[in-house]
Design a protein around this ligand. Structure first.
Ligand code: CU
Length: 275
């Protein structure tokens, strides 16, 4: 390729990359919620904005779309009697500064909980309310799996899952049953399971993200697929059933002692000294 063309292409690529806006990551689980200015909105009141009130969560973005051609509207925080409060969609000094033309949209992200009244400064009979519910944050829960009288505490954290039960399928898997599906974090004691951890949900094998690991536990994050509630968590090591091993060792030891003692009786020195 011609060197000048190559340089030009390279420069163009760099400029193109610079034009891609750097977006700030949205808060986890944030949603876009649509509100429509319905046809005929300019002659309506509490039904001018639909749905009204609109219920959202902290971090959600409300997107107002003007479907009332040919009228221009606003979605201005405040009330017709008190005027704009300046939170979104215009200010007291400039109540018509943020207009929404037909087919255009206006959006605002709600970062705190509360009740936010708004109205159209061009048609003050048009009123609406955004109800913002506070984020409750993830729920923490714990469950205990028992094997041979030993207890292994599993702790969890999730936006959707509220509780879980667990049991140990010795040497095979830790079976955890959740109350619902969704993304979940689990901290598993290493005395119970360790090594390379995989999660089996139905026919699906989910590779969990290892969030942290220390000498005593591993914290993993994965999504319980929709419709599933039970997962088999497998590791390089899953605690084996203890009594079998103990019984085998004890049994072998006793047999050996008895055998040796009997054998030793034939000689002058027994296992426990002279007999
Ligand atoms: Cu209007």
């Amino acid at each position: 390729m011609n060197t000048k063309i190559a340089v030009a292409v390279g420069m163009a690529a760099i400029f193109a990359a610079m034009l891609i806006p750097i977006s700030t990551p949205a808060p986890a689980y944030a949603a876009d919620v649509n509100v429509e200015m319905a046809p005929g909105a300019s002659t309506k009141t509490t039904d001018a904005y639909s749905p009204n009130p609109v219920n959202v969560n902290v971090g959600d973005t409300v997107i107002w779309t003007n479907n009332d051609s040919p009228n221009t509207h606003t979605a201005t925080s405040g009330t017709p009697s008190a005027g704009p409060d300046g939170k979104f969609g215009g200010t007291a000094e400039a109540p018509f500064s943020v207009t929404i033309a037909p087919r255009a949209t206006f959006s605002y992200t709600f970062t705190e909980a509360g009740e936010f009244p708004y109205y159209c400064t061009l048609h003050p009979a048009m009123v609406g309310t955004v109800m913002v519910a506070g984020s409750t944050g993830p729920t923490e829960f714990s469950t205990t799996a028992t094997l041979d009288g030993n207890e292994y505490v599993i702790t969890g954290k999730s936006e959707t899952v509220q509780s879980a039960t667990a049991e140990i399928d010795a040497s095979e898997a830790v079976v955890v049953t959740f109350d619902t599906d969704g993304e979940v974090e689990l901290t598993l004691p290493k005395t119970m399971i360790s090594g390379n951890i995989t999660v089996q949900a139905g026919d699906e094998t989910v590779v969990p993200e290892v969030l942290s690991e220390n000498a005593t536990s591993t914290t993993i994050k994965f999504t319980v697929p929709a419709g599933e509630t039970e997962v088999d968590i497998k590791g390089t090591m899953v605690i084996p059933e203890f009594p079998v091993v103990v019984a085998l060792i004890l049994g072998a030891s006793i047999a050996a002692i008895i055998g040796y003692t009997r054998f030793a009786k034939g000689s002058t020195t027994g296992f426990f000294g002279r007999v």
